[in-house]
Design a protein around this ligand. Structure first.
Ligand SMILES: [Mn+2]
Length: 503
């Protein structure tokens, strides 16, 4: 057995026992064949390589692995991923006469003449979690994600020596099955040797199933740990909390309501390997919020744009270039990105100032980081081969804190920090410049100065030249006040964000 002195990192190591053992065993086999190293040396080297810690010698007691023990099946710690379908759910599946509901990403279609008890359950799910949580509870946590990737993505060979990832999942009062299906999909579709840890970051959840029950459950899962904040931080500050607690060189942020598809992680890590100032994000498909249907397509995707009201907008892309009928699935430069799945180097994230933690609970942080990446000498790309399905849910909890102003507080901070001479385009869309309160942005401006970041004119000209600029105020030096109506799509987005209905 590997015994590890109890320290915080020791705890982490203990959870990784299974994966280390698997790797140690394969190395031992190689070592025994070559007869180059003793078992003890191989084991120590391997753990040191895994951890990349200088003081690994001090953390690990004298190895006691015996050769014959390694040959016994019983010495392996096997993690079993349960399908998570409760007895109650099984009963409903029977009543509804369903077979493997939701398997392979299929829609769960319920009969129209539902018993009142089930109708009530569905309504409660929507009310509490903003989606059809009843239907989700009927679906296996281990349902297969159809491999719709192109041949290019399926056959591409990625390097073996990729940097390891801390996968970070922020959550707050989430539905159990949706959150756990996210976790299971990551475990099932990621090569274990590429994952250092999966961190569930609790933003002060109050629901019982996310307390002791969650702590107990994750003990049964490889590499999963829970980090909790003891006050409501919001998703922005929570993501920074996780970054500070993460062990791996690469941070991969994943929403709490996604399913990761086959081969999603390798292209992300391979692309980051040689690019320390890069942020990549996955191709976002959709999990239907009513039927949990996985809506997948490998011909088109979206990269990130923005509107002058500082809202995210999608820019559709086809994976075809010009008249070439053969699609290309190479990474695509993207002016901004959206939060369901993105990854970057931990040290780069720290260097460019994490997120703006004075932002309110949620909103705009991804657009802001997209701007900052480009303007402060980095880059953002969407990776078509990294397929992740995301559910757009209704909100069911408070989206702003007492001392901050919610979504527009956040976008005001973005605009005031980055837009410079373009700032009035923003205020003409969101309202009067007077009496706005967005807190203190001096720290964010200091980062911009310290990193010698480009200005917004550079960003428009070099990163997003197709961005619409209202004709009459195209020249930002003009001082004439011109009334500007929101563009159609911007009106829609403003309306949507004001209602705070979906993320
Ligand atoms: Mn989301």
């Amino acid at each position: 057995m590997i015994t590890i002195k109890s320290s915080m990192i020791g705890e982490q190591l203990r959870k990784e026992n299974f994966f280390m053992r698997t790797k140690i065993e394969s190395l031992l086999m190689q070592g025994l064949q070559k007869r180059e190293k003793s078992i003890k040396e191989i084991k120590k080297d391997e753990i040191a390589a895994e951890l990349n810690l200088n003081d690994v010698e001090n953390m690990i007691e004298e190895p006691e692995i015996m050769e014959d023990e390694l040959n016994e099946e019983s010495s392996k710690e096997i993690f079993v991923l349960d399908d998570g379908i409760t007895e109650e759910a099984k009963n409903y599946i029977k009543i509804l006469n369903l077979t493997n509901p939701g398997a392979n990403g299929e829609a769960v279609i319920l009969p129209s003449n539902l018993p009142p008890e089930i109708k009530k359950k569905i309504d409660e799910g929507y009310e509490t979690y903003g989606f059809n949580a009843f239907v989700s509870s009927l679906i296996s946590l281990n349902r297969d994600f159809p491999d719709i990737r192109s041949d290019y993505c399926k056959t591409k060979v990625y390097r073996k020596d990729l940097p390891k990832a801390s996968v970070i999942i922020p959550f707050h009062d989430d539905d159990w099955s949706l959150l756990m299906r996210t976790v299971h999909s990551i475990i099932r579709y990621s090569p274990p040797e590429l994952i250092e840890e999966i961190i569930l970051v609790d933003d002060y959840s109050q629901r019982e199933h996310l307390k002791d029950h969650l702590d107990e459950y994750v003990k049964k899962l490889p590499k999963v740990k829970v980090v909790r904040s003891h006050q409501r931080l919001g998703i922005v500050a929570n993501r920074v909390l996780a970054a500070r607690n993460a062990l791996a060189p690469i941070l991969v942020y994943v929403d709490s309501h996604v399913e990761c598809g086959p081969g999603w992680l390798e292209p992300i890590l391979d692309r980051l390997k040689d690019n320390e100032n890069l942020l990549v994000w996955g191709k976002i498909s959709v999990i239907d919020d009513d039927t949990l249907f996985l809506s997948l397509d490998n011909k088109t995707g979206g990269i990130g744009g923005f509107t002058w009201s500082m809202d995210f907008s999608w820019i559709d892309v086809k994976f075809y270039e010009g008249d070439n009928p053969t699609p290309t699935y190479e990474p695509k430069a993207s002016p901004t990105f959206m939060g369901p799945t993105y990854a970057l180097w931990r040290h780069w994230f720290e260097k460019i100032g994490y997120f703006d933690t004075d932002m309110d609970i949620w909103g705009g942080e991804d657009v802001e980081l997209g701007f900052r990446m480009w303007m402060c000498h980095g880059r953002v790309e969407m990776i078509p081969c990294a397929v992740v399905a995301h559910m757009y849910r209704g909100h069911t909890y408070t989206m702003h804190s007492e001392d901050k102003g919610g979504y527009r507080w956040n976008t005001d901070r973005i605009a005031e920090t980055w837009l410079g001479e373009y700032l009035r385009y923003y205020y003409r869309l969101v309202g009067d410049t007077k009496n706005r309160n967005f807190g203190d942005i001096s720290e964010r401006l200091a980062i911009k100065k310290k990193l010698k970041c480009h200005d917004f004119k550079w960003f428009i000209e070099n990163v997003h030249p197709k961005q619409t600029i209202p004709e009459k105020i195209r020249d930002p030096t003009t001082t004439t006040a011109i009334q500007m109506k929101p563009q159609k799509d911007e009106e829609k987005i403003i309306d949507k964000k004001n209602n705070l209905n979906k993320i």
